[in-house]
Ligand binder design. Structure first.
Ligand code: WTA
Length: 705
């Protein structure tokens, strides 16, 4: 059994002076049109009305058969929602909108090159494309209900088409973020046991047509090494008819989708009516141990949850032009570009490329041209746009009514820029806290009913009852100023069902810590452990401090220290490696690698740095590229030989190193500190002023070791 425990926030995290921010209130114009204006909603979703309250979300969907049991707790913590119910996710996102809005755009796709035309895909056209690709998957690729199919696709409309085609067939899709490397994709193929890989020849990013098909060959090779053979690689082409990759197509294995699709022209495929608890998709994410976890999301519970939260928290109306500027390769895109918005029948915008290409005015030009009403992105993008184009939003004539931030804590100054400059003081902001595992939002404010507070996500959302526990399982009261582990008291329909193929790890990682009785079938005995540190203000709003396990959140992407370290250890000269987060002005957190070389080696520093960077890019992807690589004579270690990541994290962040007297080699710390900090100053990376939250995070990092 894998053990993944979450360590306690350090003493220093306790009793820090948390500055309270002021409230901001929604404008009357927003309230007048909002979906959630009835304060009675909070009562309807109170714990007393649990779990039946979630019928309200499930009723937003069309069911083929109604459920008989709202929540089945007989096999805890493997909760089952809406048992007995049957539905098809594709029908709910596409077919059911045809009578009322066949010719409304379901998706508007904005290619990165501004010379290329924007493509609007109506609900009817989407229905056609999804049916045709589903027919191809079934007829040509031979997939069957329950099979897994891996996608390695960037932000092109073929991605939602492929997802919905799988959903139509009851096939479980597993999309791997396009920016991940071939080997990273291959590992996920092997874990899920997919026989089919769907990819594309290339896509535009930062002005370049990237050769993406090359990664498919590496992915197939890695999967094979891990015992899984891909039978067919289906290659969409960015420009149908023109192949833009340099890698040859493999005879009998690789096929151009645009060459086969004509055989399925106008084909219709009957949607498969799926049990509510049937898996809809897998989404891999990082945890404390090396192997990424395939989070298994259900059909009925998941779709109900994303529809409900899209309605009340994203305030989505069918006539909105809704733009979630995230990547569908992450959970945010699955839930809030594809499944949530389309289930509500709105128009969802997708943008192919980089936020600042060709200049930092690009997002606002898109917003102006398309008349975007609702805008959703991550703090890292906001920070970048603020830094590179602080005055750009004012130059464009758009008007957002609603904006979202997701994925990382947002600094109050950045929040204020988002509010005043991007939102022009007229848009509400929801700061949505949640995770890949959760399906949809956990903490946020209901925009017309609860004021915003910069830097805090807000209270639990409808039907979500968070609590902060200390190490002993005692509740940390609101307003105490103390931080602890944020947990959710109750199950909810969007919670993932298990880790694909690793049920023990699922129980161990998320439930074991605060479970009161492993035999209990009372859900109250099974609080869900999120793995984040948090503090709750007297008003009930939560401030999320960040991960308390060994996960580094780089620009909103979760990277496991173990994954970074094992990639680094593929470099022959390296004996030991440790990854730590460093607070970064733009990316939130960046990765720094500490490495110790095998004895007797004295290779050039630059050479080692380059090799480590290349290894990480190859094994994981460019997003994980380290900011610095430090060669050290030895790592600070406990007497039992564990690397003390918290100590080197303090060095990298110029924070207090704390007590190191219990280390096996305390003398090493000073020399590392001296060397690394001097080198940082030389590289122009001078210390930045950290908030109490950031200091607390660094001090707590990795002390599980
Ligand atoms: C962090 C992304 C502060 C948190 C949806 C969580 C946040 C991890 C917020 C999950 C937020 C997410 N404020 N921190 N609004 N949203 N996080 O799985 O540490 O990619 O555990 O899901 O991101 O990242 P994931």
């Amino acid at each position: 059994m894998t053990t993944e425990s979450v360590q306690q926030p350090s003493e220093a995290q306790i009793a820090v002076h948390w500055r309270e921010e002021e409230y901001f209130y929604p404008p009357a114009s927003f309230i007048a049109q909002a979906n959630g204006t009835d304060p009675g909603l909070f009562d309807r979703f109170s714990l007393e009305n649990f779990p039946e309250c979630f019928k309200e979300y499930a009723d937003l969907l069309d069911w083929d058969a109604y459920w008989h049991t709202t929540l089945d707790t007989s096999n805890p913590p493997f909760w089952k929602w809406f048992v007995g119910g049957r539905l098809n996710a594709c029908v709910n996102c596409v077919d059911r909108h045809l009578p009322s809005r066949a010719n409304q755009a379901a998706l508007i796709w904005v290619p990165e090159p501004e010379t290329e035309a924007t493509a609007a895909i109506t609900y009817r056209e989407l229905w056609r494309r999804v049916n045709e690709f589903a027919a191809l998957l079934k007829g040509f690729a031979g997939v069957e209900t329950g099979d897994r199919v891996t996608f390695h696709l960037p932000m092109v409309p073929e991605l939602p088409v492929s997802m919905l085609a799988c959903a139509r067939l009851g096939v479980i899709h597993s999309e791997v973020f396009g920016g991940f490397s071939g080997p990273a994709c291959g590992g996920r193929i092997a874990d899920s046991g997919s026989k089919i890989l769907v990819t594309i020849d290339g896509y535009y990013r930062g002005g370049e047509l990237i050769d993406h098909k090359a990664k498919a060959d590496e992915a197939v090779a890695t999967a094979r090494e891990q015992g899984v053979e891909i039978e067919k690689v289906l290659v969409w082409r960015r420009h149908p008819g023109v192949y833009s990759s340099k890698t040859p197509m493999v005879e009998g294995r690789d096929f151009f989708v645009d060459e086969i699709l004509p055989e399925y022209r106008d084909a219709l495929v009957d949607p498969v009516s799926m049990p509510a608890e049937a898996p809809l998709f897998l989404m891999y994410t990082s945890g404390t141990t090396g192997k990424p976890k395939g989070c298994q999301h259900s059909t009925g519970g998941y779709l109900a949850y994303v529809a409900g939260t899209s309605k009340y928290y994203q305030d989505i109306h069918p006539d909105d032009t809704y733009w979630c500027f995230a990547d569908i390769g992450w959970i945010t895109g699955h839930s809030y570009i594809v499944y949530g918005p389309l289930s509500l029948g709105t128009t969802s915008v997708m943008y192919e490329g980089a936020p600042t290409y060709p200049d930092p005015g690009r997002p606002w030009r898109i917003a102006e041209r398309l008349g975007v009403t609702t805008f959703h992105t991550a703090p890292t993008t906001i920070r970048m746009l603020r830094k590179l184009g602080p005055d750009e939003p004012a130059k464009y004539d758009y008007r957002f009514k609603h904006m979202t931030t997701v994925g990382e804590p947002i600094e109050p100054e950045v929040w204020r820029w988002y509010h005043q400059v991007v939102g022009k003081g007229q848009a509400v902001i929801v700061d949505t806290w949640w995770q890949t595992e959760n399906g949809g939002f956990l903490g946020s404010t209901m925009p017309a009913l609860q004021p915003m507070k910069p830097g805090s996500c807000g209270p639990g959302v409808l039907g979500i009852h968070p609590v902060i526990y200390d190490e002993n399982g005692e509740e940390v009261p609101a307003g105490s100023g103390k931080a602890g582990n944020i947990c959710i008291r109750n199950p909810w329909p969007g919670i993932f069902e298990t880790i694909w193929g690793q049920p023990e790890r699922f129980v161990q990682t998320y439930y074991a810590k605060y479970n009161r009785d492993p035999k209990s079938t009372d859900w109250l005995d099974w609080p869900y452990l999120a793995g984040d540190g948090a503090v709750q203000a007297a008003d009930g709003y939560f401030r999320i401090l960040g991960r308390v396990d060994d996960v580094i959140n780089v620009a909103g992407h979760r990277l496991g220290t173990k994954e970074l370290e094992s990639a680094t250890l593929t470099v022959e000269e390296i004996a030991e490696a440790a990854a730590v987060p460093v607070i970064d002005e733009l990316r939130g957190r960046a990765v720094e690698m500490y490495v110790a070389l095998k004895p007797g080696l004295t290779p050039a520093v630059d050479e080692i740095e380059a090799k480590v960077t290349a290894a990480i890019e190859r094994e994981i992807g460019k997003i994980a590229r380290p900011k610095n690589v430090w060669i050290v004579p030895d790592m600070p270690k406990t007497r039992s030989g564990k690397i003390m990541r918290r100590v080197i994290a303090a060095v990298s962040n110029f924070t207090d190193i704390g007590d190191v007297t219990t280390l096996a080699n305390p003398e090493i710390v000073e020399s590392i500190q001296h060397k690394v900090q001097a080198a940082k100053l030389e590289r122009g990376q001078s210390p930045i002023e950290l908030t109490p939250e950031q200091i607390a995070e660094i001090q707590a990092f990795g002390s599980v070791e």
